[in-house]
Design a protein around this ligand. Sequence first.
Ligand code: DP6
Length: 326
Amino acid sequence: MSKATAVANPNIAFIKYWGKIDDALNLPANPSVSMNLAALTTVTTVEFQPGLRVDTVMIDGQPAAGEAFDRVVAHLDRVRSLAGTAARVCVFSRNDFPAGTGLASSSSAFAALSLAATRAAGLDLDEQALSRLSRLGSGSACRSVPSGFCLWQGESDENSFAQQVVGRGHWDLVDVVAIVARQHKAVGSQQGHGLASTSPLHQARLAAVAGWLEVVLQGIRDRDLETIGPCIEADALAMHGVMMTSQPSLLYWRPATVSVLQEVRSWREAGLGVYFTLDAGPNVHCLCRRADASEVEQRLRNLSGVEDVLVSGVGAGVRLVAYHLF
Ligand code: DP6
C-alpha cells in the first residue's frame, strides 16, 4: 500500500501533561489521563510519491509552512527511517474543529498522521508502537491512539506510551466545550512546556498530581463523576497556575473563561453534576453525564462571551478508513 487515510479524535486530559523531562523525546514530567472526543475529528491521507522532491503538506486547505511544516516533515522522517525509504509524500489533513484554541488539535493530528504514514509505508505497528511514535510528534497524541479513556505513563522512549484504562462503552461521559475565542493562541504548548520548570509552582503541582491521578483512575473505573471532578478541576487550575507564574508568564484566560468557571461552580452548588477543565487556551471543557449534557449546553449558550458550544461523547482510537482526501 502506498496510500492510506486515518481518522483520529483529539483528547481532553483530566490529569494534564505540562512540562517535559526530555524535550526531544516528549517524555512528560508526570503521567496523564484523558478521554478521546468522538465529535471532533482529524482526517489525514498520506501517499508516498517516489517522483516528489519535497514533501507536500496541506492542512485545512492551506499549504503548511514554517514550523508546522517542519514538524510534520520531522515526523515523516521518523516513519521513513522505520520503513527504510527516502521517498517523499503528499499529505492532506482536515480538522472539523478550530485549530489552535486549546482543543488539542496536535493530539489528533499526530495520531492520524502516524497511522496513515506508517500504513502508506507498508508498516503495521501495534497499538503500543503507534502510541510511542505518535508521542514523538506531539506528546498528547499518544493518548489519541487507544480508544476511550487512556493513561499515558513511562519515563523512557521505550516505555512511554498510552494505554486504555476503560473502553468508550464503559462510561457515557460528555464534554461540553464552551468556545470563548477562536484565534490561534500566542504561545503554543510546545513552547509552554519548556517554561513549566521556571514556575515556583511546578514542583508543587507534580507532588500533588500523584494523588489526583490515583483518584481519577479509580473514579473512571467506578464511573464516579463526583469523585474525579474535584481532582480534574484542581489539576486544570494547578496547570494554569504554573502557566501564569512561569517566566515569561502565560495567561490563556479571557474574561469569558472566568465567567464560565464561576457559572459551572454555581450550577454545581445548585445540584447540576458538571466539572470544568481547560487546556492551553481560553475555552472551557465542561464534563457531565449524558443525561445532563443538553442542560449544560443550553446554559452555556445563554452566557455572554460564549461564541459556540461543542458537545462530545467518548471517542474511539485512531483508525483507518477506506476513503481518501485526494
Ligand atoms: C495543555 O501535546 O500539545 O493540552 O508534546 O509539545 O506537542 P507537545 O505538547 P502537547 O501538550 C498538550 C498540553 C495540554 C495538556 C494535555 O493535553 O495533557
